[in-house]
Design a protein around this ligand. Structure first.
Ligand code: UDX
Length: 456
C-alpha cells in the first residue's frame, strides 16, 4: 500500500443508485490504498440514507435543487438537469471552500462524467480532476462520436462502424441515440460528457481491461485512461476489504431475509432471478408478459417488482404462483446472484447488473429497456457470450414466448452449457483484474501515485 494519506479526494456521483454504487465502491478501493475520501450525495439522497458514522469514508452533501423530492419532484428531466447544474455548481464550490476552512482541503475531484460542470468548478480551485464514466467504453465511444459530429443523429438505417467496436445495428446503440426524440435532455447530457473532458487529468472507466480491450485502447489514445473495475464489493471477488460486504448505500430497503431464506430452500441451479434495476419503468403490458412467461416456463423464480409497479401485476399472480416463486420489491441483488440456487438472471442490462452478473458468473437473458441497455445486451449475448438476447416486438415489448424460449436456452439447452462456461471464465477474469497486481489494481495504484505526485 502506498503512503498517500495526505491526498484528499472528493468523489461526486450523479444522484442515482446505478451511479452511487460503482463510485462508492471505487471510493472504498481508494481508502484501502490510504487515500482520504469524501463522498458527496445530494441532500435528498442523504436524507433517505444516513451516513454510517463508522465508515472510513467521509460523507458530505450538495444540493440538486430538489432537497425535498429529488429527481421525482422535478417537472421534467430537462428541468431537473438544469437545476442540478446550477445548484450543484454553487454548492460544490461552497463545499470545497468549507473543507478548506475546516483544515481538510481537497486536492482532487473525481466527478461522474454526467456532471461536466463539476470539472469547471474544480478547475476554478486549481484541483486535479478525474472524469468517472459509469457506462461501458462502447457506449461512451458512441456518444463521443455524436458529440464530434462523426455519427450524425438521427442515425441512418445502416450498421455503424466505430474504432474498437463491433459493427452495430442502429438498435444496438443507446436508445437516446437511435430514438433521439425520446429523451432529448438525457441525450444532450450524455453527449455533453465530452464537452470539457479534454481538460480532465484522468479518465476513469468502470470496467476491466479485458472486457473491452479494443475500445479501451482506442480511448487511451485520447486521454489518460484507466480501468478500475469491476466495481463490485470485494467479498464477491474473494478480495476482502474491511466491511466491504455490500455497496453501502441502498436507496430502497431490500427484503433480504425473505429472499435468502427462500433461496436457501431451493435446489442448486434451479432459480430464475428477474430484476430491472432501480430506474427503469416497465410498461404494464411488459409486466404481464413477464408474469405469463414465468408461469409458463415452469422454473422457480425470484422477481423484483418495484413498489410503485406492483399494481401492474396480474391480479392474484403472487397467490397463484406461491409454490413456484417469490415477488419482492427490492432484493439484496449481490447476495442473490452469488447464491448457488440462482442459475439465470433476466435483466434490463443496466451496467451494474451486467458487471455483477459477469463477476459472479451468472448467465443472463438480456431484455434491454432504454438508455445504454441495448448496447450492453448486444455485448452480453454476442461479444462476451454470457447470455441470450430477448428481442422485443415492433412495439418494444418482449413477448412471453420469446422470454420462455430464452429462459429455457439458459436453464436446459446445450447453448446454456456453453454460456455457463463463458460466464465462469469471465468471473475468473473479473477477479484477476482486481486481485493484487491485476490490471485494475495496478491502475488504481498508478492513479494514487499520480495524485500524490500531482499534489507534491
Ligand atoms: C442506471 C441505468 O439504467 C443503467 O442502464 C446504467 O448503466 C446505470 O444507471 P439502473 O437502472 O439502476 O442504473 O441499473 P443497474 O446499473 O443495474 O444498477 C442497479 C443497482 O441496484 C445494481 O447495483 C443492483 O445490484 C442494485 N439492485 C437492483 C439491488 O440491490 N436490488 C434490486 O432489487 C435491484
Amino acid at each position: 500500500m502506498m503512503n498517500s494519506s495526505k491526498v484528499h479526494v472528493l468523489v461526486l456521483p450523479y444522484p442515482a443508485q446505478g451511479h452511487i454504487n460503482p463510485m462508492l465502491q471505487f471510493c472504498k478501493r481508494l481508502v484501502a490504498k490510504g487515500v482520504k475520501t469524501t463522498f458527496v450525495n445530494s441532500v435528498f439522497i442523504s436524507k433517505s440514507i444516513p451516513a454510517d458514522p463508522k465508515s472510513a469514508i467521509n460523507f458530505e452533501t450538495i444540493s440538486d435543487g430538489h432537497d425535498e423530492g429529488g429527481y421525482a419532484a422535478a417537472e421534467s428531466p430537462g428541468a431537473y438537469l438544469e437545476k442540478l447544474a446550477t445548484f450543484g455548481s454553487k454548492t460544490l464550490a461552497d463545499l470545497i471552500r468549507k473543507l478548506e476552512d475546516e483544515g481538510e482541503p481537497v486536492q482532487a475531484v473525481i466527478y461522474d462524467s454526467f456532471l461536466p460542470w463539476a470539472l469547471d468548478v474544480a478547475k476554478q480551485f486549481g484541483l486535479v480532476t478525474a472524469a468517472f464514466f459509469t457506462q461501458t467504453c462502447a457506449v461512451n465511444s458512441i456518444y463521443y462520436h455524436v458529440y464530434h459530429g462523426l455519427l450524425p443523429v438521427p442515425l441512418s438505417h445502416s450498421p455503424i462502424s466505430l474504432p474498437g467496436l463491433p459493427l452495430l445495428q442502429p438498435k444496438e446503440t443507446p436508445s437516446f441515440v437511435y430514438l433521439p426524440d425520446s429523451y432529448p435532455a438525457f441525450l444532450h447530457m450524455l453527449v455533453n460528457q465530452f464537452s470539457n473532458v479534454d481538460q480532465a487529468d484522468w479518465v476513469i472507466l468502470n470496467n476491466f481491461h479485458k472486457l473491452e480491450e479494443d475500445a479501451v485502447n482506442w480511448m487511451a489514445k485520447l486521454w489518460r485512461v484507466i480501468t478500475v473495475g469491476p466495481t463490485v464489493p470485494s467479498i464477491y471477488l474473494d478480495k476482502r476489504l474491511e466491511d466491504d460486504i455490500g455497496y453501502g448505500i441502498n436507496l430502497f430497503k431490500p427484503d433480504s431475509s425473505l429472499c435468502l431464506n427462500w433461496l436457501n430452500s431451493q435446489p442448486k441451479d434451479s432459480v430464475v432471478y428477474v430484476s430491472f434495476g432501480s430506474w427503469t419503468e416497465i410498461d404494464v403490458e411488459q409486466v404481464e408478459e413477464i408474469a405469463s412467461a414465468l408461469k409458463e416456463s415452469g422454473f422457480k423464480f425470484l422477481w423484483v417488482v418495484r413498489a410503485f409497479e406492483k399494481e401492474k401485476l396480474p391480479s392474484k399472480f403472487a397467490e397463484e404462483t406461491s409454490e413456484k416463486g417469490l415477488v419482492v420489491t427490492w432484493s439484496p441483488q449481490l447476495e442473490v446472484l452469488a447464491h448457488e440456487s440462482v442459475a439465470c438472471f433476466v435483466t434490463h442490462c443496466g451496467f451494474n447488473s451486467v458487471l455483477e452478473a459477469l463477476s459472479l458468473g451468472v448467465p443472463v437473458v438480456a431484455a434491454p429497456q432504454w438508455t445504454d441497455q441495448p448496447t450492453n445486451a448486444k455485448f452480453l449475448a454476442d461479444i462476451w457470450g454470457v447470455g441470450v438476447k430477448a428481442d422485443a416486438d415492433e412495439r418494444g415489448i418482449v413477448r412471453r414466448e420469446t422470454l420462455v424460449s430464452c429462459i429455457r436456452d439458459i436453464m436446459e439447452g446445450e447453448k446454456g452449457k456453453q454460456i455457463k462456461e463463458n460466464a465462469i471464465e469471465w468471473k475468473a477474469l473479473a477477479k484477476e483484474a482486481i486481485d493484487d497486481g491485476g490490471s485494475s489494481d495496478k491502475n488504481i495504484d498508478e492513479f494514487v501515485a499520480g495524485l500524490a505526485g500531482q499534489k507534491a
